[in-house]
Design a binder for this molecule. Structure first.
Ligand SMILES: *Cc1c(COP(=O)(O)O)cnc(C)c1O
Length: 227
């Protein structure tokens, strides 16, 4: 699959160039941003190619897929999908980073199933939707949940995560997020990270302070069976 290797290498280079450009215009350092390849729906052979190309961070939305691929390709695996209670003990086995915490009961369940010595990195997902429903807590619910993550011995609070709502200009959604994030950082200075930005909007996310970009289709091409 040499052709596939070259195709991914080219797309990855383009994405990195665009990220660096956005960092430059925001006077930010390239070291401030982590690129996470979202490999959901793509075959494990693509993940292997990404690994050869120097990518170490991979994200999945579903437990089954993440569990299978992470068993084949070493790296830091991230879970960013909607959390289902009955999948928590499995997710805890392969995911090192959780981007989608939005409920106290999930926090309690992760804390219960994680081995004593382990630490899972956690981003609290905040909803930028005026009418939440697609995951994430409302801004006023962030602090109480963050306090609980801080008290959990097996979880490490990294920061906030968000997805730009459908039907809203990501620019305005991310500028709202930047305000929420700056309030959050004052209260939780040891958890300064911001996971935001996907294929369609990552430059805008960088400009508004994103530190973790979750990018799939810009690197791997459009998904044949989109989920
Ligand atoms: C699918 C997904 C992404 C990546 O989306 P692309 O448009 O393929 O870059 C990022 N974050 C979340 C939460 C997703 O579900």
């Amino acid at each position: 699959m040499n052709a596939r290797h070259d195709e991914i290498a080219r797309a990855l280079l383009t994405v990195k160039t665009r990220i660096n450009q956005a960092l430059k215009i925001s006077h930010r350092d390239p070291g401030e941003v982590t690129l996470i390849a979202v490999t959901k729906t793509y075959p494990v052979s693509d993940v292997e190619i990404l690994r050869e190309l120097g990518i170490h961070d991979f994200a999945e939305n579903r437990d089954r897929e993440g569990s299978e691929k992470s068993a084949e390709v070493p790296g830091t695996w991230h879970f960013q999908g909607q959390i289902q209670s009955n999948k928590i003990s499995s997710i805890a086995k392969w995911a090192k980073v959780l981007h989608s915490l939005d409920e106290v009961r999930h926090l309690e369940n992760f804390e219960r199933v994680l081995p004593e010595s382990s630490q899972m990195s956690v981003f609290i997902q905040v909803s930028l939707d005026p009418q939440p429903g697609r995951g994430g807590v409302r801004p006023e619910q962030i602090a109480p949940l963050a306090e609980m993550v801080m008290r959990a011995s097996r979880l490490k609070l990294e920061g906030l995560m968000a997805v730009a709502p459908l039907g809203e200009n990501p620019e305005s959604a991310f500028s709202r997020l930047a305000q929420i994030h700056s309030d959050f950082r004052l209260q939780f200075p040891d958890s300064p990270f911001l996971s935001a930005g996907m294929s369609g909007d990552f430059e805008k996310a960088v400009i508004h302070g994103a530190t973790h970009l979750r990018i799939g289709s810009s690197i791997l091409g459009s998904r044949s069976h989109d989920r």
